[in-house]
Each structure stands twice: as C-alpha cells, then as structure tokens.
Ligand binder design. Structure first.
Ligand code: ZN
Length: 146
C-alpha cells in the first residue's frame, strides 16, 4: 500500500474508532487488567483481558483521552481478540519498538492487521505515546497473567 493511501486510511480509521469505539466497556470476568497513564496528553487507558488456554478470548477497554489513544485502544481490542498470548505479545513488541523509532519490515507490520495504520502516528512524534499506551497496558496485563 502506498504511503498516501496509508495516511488517508489512518485518518479515516482513527476518526471512525474514536467516534465509535469498539469493546469500550469494563469486564468483570477479566483474568487481568492494567491501567496506563500518558501524562503528556492526559490519556488514561484501562485494558481488560480474559485469557483461557493461552488464548485471548475477550478484551475490552475503558478510560478517557484524546482521539488517537481511544482509537488505538479500540483497534487493539479488535486486533488481538482470539489471538494467542504469544502472538499478542509479538504485536505489543512491534509497538514498543516503533515508539522508540525502531524500523520494522513490512511482514512484521502486516501482523498488526488494521492496527498497522497506527504506525502512521510516527509522523507525529508528540502523539506516539497516545497510540502506544494501550499496547503497553496490554503487554503488562498479559505478562501479569504469566
Ligand atoms: Zn493523547
């Protein structure tokens, strides 16, 4: 996909997920939960996961923040549901690497599915944390689970 297309898709998806967030709810039966704050923008994201047999059977989020943080959390829930814990951790690793400016191959980026468009946020360094905090929360929640 060309860079311009990816940019247009990024803007459209961020707007769509920010105004209609998917899986934005608490989860009583969650096996792990993690809250992450982004003081530079004021975003707070709580990620809930339900893991069974090393598989993410359900994932949701609550919190408040800017459009990018909300859209990122919403895309995360869609991207990691029904993935194995190790596949999801691989995805969170790609995001932590992107946040520190490490390059990834297009094969690796493809593993992110729809969430791959979030890599476009790298053009806006001030917003990188907004796009990555929900992934950090997910990583910590999954590691808690062991
Ligand atoms: Zn933000």
């Amino acid at each position: 996909m060309g860079l311009n297309n990816l940019r247009t898709l990024y803007q459209a998806l961020v707007l769509d997920h920010a105004s209609h967030p998917r899986n934005k709810k608490g989860m009583k039966e969650a096996t792990a939960m993690q809250t992450v704050h982004n003081p530079s923008c004021g975003d707070t994201v709580n990620i809930f996961v339900k893991v069974q047999n090393e598989k993410i059977v359900d994932v949701s989020f609550t919190g408040s923040g800017c459009k990018i943080s909300k859209a990122s959390a919403s895309m995360l829930t869609q991207s990691v549901k029904d993935k194995s814990v190790s596949e999801a951790l691989e995805m969170t690793k790609i995001f932590s690497d992107l946040a520190i400016g490490k390059e990834h191959t297009s094969d690796e980026i493809e593993k992110l599915g729809d969430a791959a468009v979030l890599t476009q946020v790298m053009q806006f360094p001030a917003r990188i944390k907004c796009a990555t905090i929900s992934w950090w929360a997910l990583e910590q929640a999954l590691l808690k689970k062991g």
